[in-house]
Design a protein around this ligand. Structure first.
Ligand SMILES: Nc1ncnc2c1ncn2[C@@H]1O[C@H](COP(=O)(O)OP(=O)(O)OP(=O)(O)O)[C@@H](O)[C@H]1O
Ligand SMILES: [Mg+2]
Length: 263
């Protein structure tokens, strides 16, 4: 079954078509990487899948059903500079999503139920290597740790669809490689469908089972989507083996550095 069906989608901002004539399918459980030049509409596409934005024309189906027009817990997102709550500890940042899943209107959970959720949140922190940072506040964490926290926060609600918009763009090579491995492990363990935007072709080839390249066509105003040959992840492509050895790093000069934003 398809996780995502995009049918004739166009998004207009003012007089400009940011995306137009987009038709594509993302298979359930796949890892789809999107590359393309700056301004080609990649982040706009992510916002569309998140439900932050409605298409001006066409429609998006999630698992065959029309997409809700607001973000829901079955869709998680990690941005390059994901905002975590500055006034909450790492544990409370992760716990918050669980509390609202448990008690959607108030987020109030007490007693035994709270204890169970705390244990799950601690496990989520352990899964991303942050077990010793549970009581720290975001200003006490490095950029890489903030991004691990953002991933734990996005994964805690067990989303069926995880959206990643340049999630490793602000990280140094070591953290970047570690988080690439972490995301790939989470993908394999959870069976979630992942859509990840990246500017790094090597990273896209190493991680993805489906590669899409967004290319704006100035003449027609349509976005051309090139589906590139998928690497054979199951058998271990050369680039995947390079990732196993921990050697996929951004090319010098391509790495963007930004501080971790905090709400
Ligand atoms: N709300 C908006 N109002 C007006 N224009 C917008 C809006 N959102 C996006 N755009 C325009 O849409 C185009 C695509 O933006 P988008 O952020 O999706 O590109 P991108 O492919 O993610 O680029 P980058 O690689 O630099 O992140 C840009 O020209 C941008 O200026
Ligand atoms: Mg973008």
């Amino acid at each position: 079954m398809s996780a995502i069906d995009v049918q004739g989608v166009g998004v207009q901002a003012g007089n400009q078509w940011v995306l137009r004539g987009v038709d594509l399918t993302v298979e359930k459980g796949s890892f789809c990487a999107i590359t393309g030049p700056s301004g080609s509409g990649k982040s706009t596409f992510v916002r569309l899948l998140l439900g932050q934005l409605r298409p001006t024309e066409g429609r998006v189906l999630l698992e065959g059903a029309p997409m809700p027009d607001h973000p829901t817990p079955d869709r998680g997102v990690v941005f390059q500079n994901y905002s975590v709550f500055a006034h909450k500890t790492a544990l409370d940042n992760v716990l918050l999503g669980l509390k609202f899943k448990h008690a959607p209107r108030t987020g109030w959970v007490f007693g035994h139920a709270l204890k169970v959720l705390r244990e799950r949140a601690m496990q989520a922190l352990a899964d991303v290597g942050l077990e010793t940072a549970a009581r720290k506040y975001p200003h006490e964490l490095s950029g890489g740790m903030c991004q691990r926290l953002a991933i734990a926060q996005a994964m805690i609600a067990r989303p069926k669809l995880l959206l990643l918009d340049e999630p490793f763009g602000a990280l140094d090579p070591t953290n970047r490689t570690q988080l690439q491995r972490l995301v790939r492990t989470l993908w394999r363990d959870t069976g979630a469908t992942i859509v990840m935007v990246t500017h790094d072709e090597a990273e896209a080839k190493a991680l993805a089972t489906k590669l899409l390249r967004f290319e704006p066509c100035r003449e027609t105003g349509h976005t051309r989507i090139r589906v590139q040959a998928p690497p054979s992840v199951s058998t271990g492509s050369p680039s995947m083996r390079t990732l196993e050895r921990g050697a996929i790093t951004p090319k010098p000069g391509k790495q963007k550095r930004k501080a971790c934003n905090r709400r």
